[in-house]
Design a protein around this ligand. Structure first.
Ligand code: SF4
Ligand SMILES: [Zn+2]
Length: 336
């Protein structure tokens, strides 16, 4: 839609045309599939806002638009995919501003379009979509799988964030029971899908050591649920960042919330790999802030941030703890 410029010049773009056709965020980075170092493309769609929209730390609303319809999704994909180098990309992630399987946020027509497009990318072997469990049904997953090639695996992602019921539902307001999470796992089992769990590092109300403990325990629980069903677990552990307009932003600005450090992140990764429930090559650390904030991401002293963050990003590809050897800085605590 265009509006006339009041001064009689060229028409101005309205918000709908300027934003609704633009993906919210695209990034290409290292990933690992079954021990093979590869590339992953994260393509975040601008969609209508999350119907739930209650989670304390969620800033996805900043990337949502109520006016997005199927044609915008098509345009976002077509324009966005042209801008990326797809060579070596074996993993394709399709996050949205909410739930991929909520028909009001992503229609079945749009979903079908995206899976058909993914099936045209010869190198892509994994396709990930994320959803609240409330919208996930066996039928929807089977419909999706039918559109992918037989050599492509569907990965279903859910925001678990913490296995601690109080942290998850009272502090973070996730509105997710363990029964709901395990039902999600059952659908992954029945459809042979891989299960991705998002896990938050740095829930408010927890001390630094409790953050480490909570994240590792959550990983243990996620593996346990997957192992009991014989399904592949993939953990996307997400160091906290402070998106605009969220409850956590207020606490951060008032000095009541402190971000975890990158050293904590490394400590957590090391501990997760030592769990007896651990599945090899199953950890990915979300090291970007998805355009929602720029300067308020988990960090160290400032001097060592770049080299430590780079090591974590390399780890996403290699899954080799050697990436963390030799990292030093005066800000590193005695225990790290
Ligand atoms: S974290 Fe997910 S479920 Fe929670 S409000 Fe954000 S998009 Fe919705
Ligand atoms: Zn430092």
């Amino acid at each position: 839609m265009k509006t006339e410029n009041k001064k009689g010049g060229a028409p101005e773009l309205t918000k709908e045309t300027s934003l609704d056709n633009k993906p919210a965020f695209i990034a290409r980075g290292p990933a690992n599939i079954y021990g093979e170092e590869t590339k992953m493309l994260t393509f975040i769609f601008r969609t209508p806002p999350c119907a739930y929209n209650k989670c304390t730390m969620c800033g996805f609303d900043n990337n949502a638009s109520c006016s997005v319809i199927h044609e915008n999704i098509v345009k976002q994909y077509q324009d966005g995919i042209k801008t990326v180098d797809l060579k070596g990309v074996k993993k394709l992630d399709f996050p949205t501003a909410g739930s991929f399987y909520n028909d009001n946020e992503m229609s079945s027509k749009s979903r079908a379009y995206l899976f058909k497009e993914a099936a045209k990318l010869p190198e892509v072997k994994h396709v990930m979509v994320e959803t609240r469990v409330d919208y996930l049904t066996l039928e929807k997953v089977i419909d999706s799988q039918k559109l992918l090639r037989s050599d492509q695996k569907l990965e279903l992602a859910i925001g678990l964030e913490s296995a601690n019921d109080k942290v998850r539902n009272i502090v973070l307001h996730k509105g997710l029971t363990k029964t709901g999470y395990e039902h999600f796992a059952d659908i992954c089992q029945e459809t042979g899908s891989r299960m991705r769990s998002y896990i938050l590092i740095g829930s408010p109300t927890l001390t630094e050591s409790e953050v480490i403990e909570d994240t590792v325990e959550t990983a243990r629980y996620a593996y346990e649920v997957a192992n009991a069903r014989g399904i592949e677990a993939f953990l996307a552990i997400k160091p906290m960042f402070i998106p605009k307009g969220t409850g956590i932003e207020k606490q951060f600005e008032e000095g009541k919330y402190q971000l975890p450090t990158l050293w904590n992140v490394i400590e957590i990764v090391k501990k997760i790999t030592k769990l007896k429930e651990y599945q090899p090559n199953s950890i990915w650390v979300g090291m970007y802030d998805e355009n929602l904030s720029s300067d308020r991401f988990t960090h160290n002293c400032g001097k060592c941030d770049k080299k430590v963050a780079e090591a974590i990003i390399r780890y996403n590809g290699t899954q080799d703890l050697k990436e963390f050897e030799g990292l030093r800085c005066e800000c590193k605590g005695k225990d790290n």
